[in-house]
Design a protein around this ligand. Sequence first.
Ligand code: 5GP
Ligand code: MG
Ligand code: MG
Length: 187
Amino acid sequence: MEIADVHDQIDHELVSKTQIEEKINSVAAQVSKDYKDTDLLLVAVLKGAMNTLVAFSQALSINVQMDFMSLSSYGDGLSSSGTIKVRQDLACDVKGRDILIVEDIVDSGHTLDWLIRELKNRGAASVEVFALLEKPSRREVDVPLKYRGYEVPDEFVVGFGLDYKERFRNLDSIAVLKPEVYQGEAV
Ligand code: 5GP
Ligand code: MG
Ligand code: MG
């Protein structure tokens, strides 16, 4: 299999590296204030949120703990399967904890809706969300987003942690791929 250069497969960029950094830094400054006297636990949803978690946590001035959960609602394709699968659970007990979920993108809202309820069922003291991206036009469940990044149109996006068939996560901006990539003619 020939794997083409990542940039050759991009149709257009939606959010630049600089815009991502600026937004993450400003949300981190706000979160550092809001949780100043709190023992905050960041819960990142793998794998998509990993890039956001790294940049965001390093921009915080408060000392936080981090844990990970690997959830899947999409399988390998472009549309949601509707059911949430836990591929890997948290390592820590969330009972009594103040939690900020770090997410890559809110699409239908089902993943976050499920996760917020799950963490509250486990006894979390508070659960809020920072989502780097959202697609408001696709929302099926209303999810309270305390910290939000950029709105993107109803297009399948990749980069900064977001994948298409497990590729393009290492792209440093948010972009839409050329149609032929989604049609399976290139990987
Ligand atoms: P939900 O529909 O449950 O809100 O979204 C679930 C997950 O699907 C997101 O956390 C994200 O990982 C993935 N997803 C949603 N929209 C996109 C998209 O445009 N691109 C990519 N790569 N993943 C997406
Ligand atoms: Mg995600
Ligand atoms: Mg994915």
